[in-house]
Design a protein around this ligand. Structure first.
Ligand SMILES: NC(=O)c1ccc[n+]([C@@H]2O[C@H](COP(=O)([O-])OP(=O)(O)OC[C@H]3O[C@@H](n4cnc5c(N)ncnc54)[C@H](O)[C@@H]3O)[C@@H](O)[C@H]2O)c1
Length: 304
């Protein structure tokens, strides 16, 4: 069993990963500044440090004390529109913060670094959908760029310090604990509004598409990679496009909401259509997105 340091472990995705690591008998240490995460998400068996990854000294101190074998790095500002409006905070956390975590990990000789990159925002608007990992990375937002820079730093520090890495490019992940107050996480946002009888807003005409993968499938990939696969970039996609309109309809069905959406102009910097291929994940990890969108939305709404 390993000691795993998880950044962002009070947030949506990494809190689920932490729960599963602990269930499997691993020891978990969390760093999170609670910017968008919540204390209620933190597993009671994890050791929690309320700290900011932008603080080099704090990060180094925690790493020297805890000496983790594996780092699973999820702390980030994960909002495309926010990054377009005011890019510097996104770079400070997602680029400089990631550098602090990498250097601290190198100092204590970690064995593996797992990273949550993005498939939805790194490829820009690809010609071919679903996009595979060979698709050129041409991000349209500072958020997408910050993740690409993070990937490059991981490869660099892997060479410098000799640790292995696994970079996951996530699709649109959804499920319980996703923050309905954020700008991402359309199922949580729609579901939250519909439950309160309010009309959700769709940016564009409803035909914009995304690749939706349920949280349990994403957690599963983060488990498999503890034992399998090193030094790769892997999309965790279903390969399927789902439109905003379809997400609206499925969420309305799960909530039993009768209202209609409000349509608003599309937002700049957001891609129009995207889905990412899961073929490499299947080949290298034996991973596949198993939960269909209708079932995943039902499960999400039940816990909202
Ligand atoms: N949700 C998705 O669909 C999706 C898609 C692609 C990639 N990702 C990536 O997955 C990761 C987790 O996303 P999420 O949806 O769970 O978001 P989230 O906002 O719920 O989680 C991010 C966590 O990082 C913490 N954090 C932010 N800045 C920090 C800092 N400076 N120091 C310490 N902690 C900090 C937050 O408090 C929060 O708990 C992010 O890196 C995100 O970019 C998510």
């Amino acid at each position: 069993m390993a000691k795993i340091l998880i950044t962002g472990g009070a947030g949506f995705i990494a809190s689920h990963i932490t729960d599963k690591y602990i269930n499997l008998g691993h020891r978990a240490v969390i760093i999170d500044n609670l910017a968008t995460g919540f204390r209620r998400n933190i597993n009671k068996k994890a050791k929690f440090y309320k700290a900011d990854i932008r603080d080099k000294n704090a990060v180094e101190k925690i790493f020297k004390k805890e000496r983790p074998e594996i780092v699973n790095h999820h702390a980030a500002i994960a909002e495309v529109v926010k990054s377009l409006r005011d890019p510097i905070p996104t770079y400070q956390t997602n680029v400089l913060g990631t550098a602090n975590v990498l250097v601290a990990g190198g100092l204590v000789k970690i064995k593996k670094f797992i990273f949550s990159s993005t498939g939805g925002a790194i490829y820009g608007q690809p010609d071919k959908i679903p996009a595979d990992e060979k698709t050129p990375a041409i991000p349209l937002s500072p958020y997408g760029l910050s993740k690409l820079l993070g990937e490059e730093m991981i490869k660099f520090y892997s060479r410098v310090y000799g640790f292995n890495y696994l970079i996951f490019r996530y699709p649109n992940v959804y499920g319980p604990r996703q923050n309905p107050k954020g700008e991402a996480g359309v199922v949580a946002i729609f579901g939250g509004l519909m439950k309160s009888g309010l009309q959700p807003k769709i940016y564009g005409n409803g035909t914009k598409t995304r690749d939706y993968v349920y949280i349990d499938d994403i957690v599963n990939a983060n488990i498999i990679t503890l034992k399998k696969c090193v030094n790769e970039i892997i999309n965790l996609g279903s390969g399927q496009e789902t439109s905003d309109k379809k997400i609206f309809n499925l969420t309305a069905k799960a909530v039993n909401f009768q209202g209609k959406p409000v349509f608003s102009p599309a937002r700049k910097g957001e891609v129009y259509r995207i889905a990412i291929s899961g073929e490499k994940a299947q080949k290298k990890l034996g991973w596949k997105a198993k939960t269909d969108v209708e079932t995943g939305i039902k499960k999400t709404i039940e816990k909202l």
